[in-house]
Design a protein around this ligand. Structure first.
Ligand code: FES
Length: 118
């Protein structure tokens, strides 16, 4: 039987990483720092925000549940577009993120609100 070999770099060393410069987004008018590659949810969590949507019926607060784009609990309005999954959407400099009440169509941009949602 062959003896087990110890890996020379065990445990593995972390890769050196240098994050890009921070930029700013807003959440309900509040300026928040963000990094390239972060999702909307990551930016909100880093700022201590854990709920950014109300349920349609009872108006209960919601934020991230699954974190992988499956449950749709994290819906948020980004730049006037409602129903964006915060756990999947990457932030961009200057994004205006807003709490989404209900279906989110009440305050959607006209070009995003089709006839079905008026
Ligand atoms: S947390 Fe489930 S879809 Fe975003």
């Amino acid at each position: 039987m062959r003896p087990l070999r110890r890996h020379s770099a065990h445990p593995p060393q972390p890769a050196p990483a240098r994050p890009d410069e921070t930029f700013t987004v807003t959440f309900d008018g509040r300026r928040l720092p963000a990094l390239s590659g972060q999702t909307v949810a990551a930016v909100l969590w880093a700022a201590g925000v854990t709920a950014w949507r109300d349920t349609r019926g009872a108006g209960r607060p919601r934020g991230v549940f699954c974190g992988i784009g499956v449950c749709f609990d994290c819906l948020v309005t980004v730049d006037g577009r409602p129903n964006q999954r915060a756990c999947l959407v990457p932030v961009r400099p200057g994004d205006a993120i807003r709490t989404q009440p209900g279906t989110g169509w009440a305050d959607a941009r006209p070009q995003d609100a089709g006839a079905d949602h008026e």
